[in-house]
Design a protein around this ligand. Structure first.
Ligand code: HEC
Length: 150
């Protein structure tokens, strides 16, 4: 082996290393894509209502205050697990009613407490939105968020 780096050795390490890690990056991207599609989400329960609910979520920019599975703003509670926190796994009807009542009761006007606006959502929009939140709560996030409060 040469005692010193030659220019061509340095170049080969640079190009070789760059190509190697680009390939690793591409493979990880493909792996993530298939993992999300086939393992961590349940396509069979991805109904029209869930898709409509996502549109309600987007139309009203809930993410400007809330986080969903860690992504978004941290002004208001994490909502990726709100269905579970409202007891949806044990009592789906109760959780649905609780979430609707919560959203209809905003803003609370309690002094010193952060406020959520009133969105005047229709019954259908609320149901779709809750279907979306329920579906989201079933995504396998490998334990995220680490505690109930998100
Ligand atoms: C302007 C900021 C803001 C926006 C936009 C917003 N929220 Fe909120 N939301 C809040 C705040 C603040 C709280 C907590 C209020 C409290 O605890 O009194 C909250 C609480 C909630 C809760 C109860 C969470 C819990 O853990 O009890 C739900 C459900 C919720 N929001 C849903 C939504 C949905 C759905 C949208 C979009 C249609 C939305 N929010 C948009 C500020 C916002």
């Amino acid at each position: 082996m040469a005692e010193h780096f030659t220019k061509s050795a340095a170049r080969n390490i640079f190009y070789g290393g760059s190509i190697f890690f680009l390939v690793v990056f591409a493979l990880l991207t493909v792996h993530s894509h298939f993992y999300i599609k086939n393992v961590s989400t349940d396509e069979s329960t991805l109904t029209e209502a869930v898709a409509r609910g996502k549109h309600v979520w987007e139309r009203h920019s809930c993410i400007n205050c809330h986080a969903l599975l860690g992504e978004g703003a941290y002004f208001a509670p994490e909502l990726g697990n709100v269905w579970v926190r409202y007891g949806g796994r044990e009592n789906a009807e109760g959780a649905r009613m609780g979430l609707k009542a919560w959203m209809r009761a905003q803003p609370t006007g309690v002094a010193g407490r952060r406020q959520m606006p009133q969105f005047n959502l229709t019954e259908q929009e609320l149901d779709d939105l809750i279907d979306f939140l329920e579906w989201t709560s079933r995504i396998d996030t490998l334990g995220w968020p680490p505690n109930d409060a998100g």
